[in-house]
Design a protein around this ligand. Structure first.
Ligand SMILES: [Zn+2]
Length: 108
């Protein structure tokens, strides 16, 4: 994957994360996002455990948020876009539809 594509997916994932976090924060949406980080891996992990404790978010949204955070972590780790089972590149079409996809079509 090119750096350009990676930056594109990172942006999309960050947007997804932000809108999910906004749902969590609801009425306090005007305050600064307490989960906002510079993409530090430790902070991301921290954020994941914090987010999983947050109430007021549906289970589906929580799961999606966790998947989005994991995907952002994989970007940091340089393994984004590779199947977590076989290590093959996940096809672009699939990532385009689900930017946080962890597995290739064969292993989904
Ligand atoms: Zn696979």
């Amino acid at each position: 994957m090119t750096q350009e594509r990676l930056a594109y997916f990172k942006k999309r994932l960050e947007e997804m994360r932000d809108s999910l976090l906004e749902n969590i924060r609801g009425e306090t949406a005007e305050e600064r996002n307490p989960f906002e980080t510079d993409g530090d891996v430790v902070d991301q992990a921290d954020m994941l455990s914090t987010a999983s404790l947050v109430e007021g978010l549906s289970n589906t949204q929580k799961r999606t948020l966790e998947e989005v955070l994991r995907a952002l972590q994989r970007i940091e780790n340089g393994v984004y876009g590779k199947c977590t089972v076989c290590g093959e590149e996940i096809d672009q079409e699939r990532l385009e539809a689900i930017p946080y996809a962890e597995k290739c079509r064969k292993h989904m």
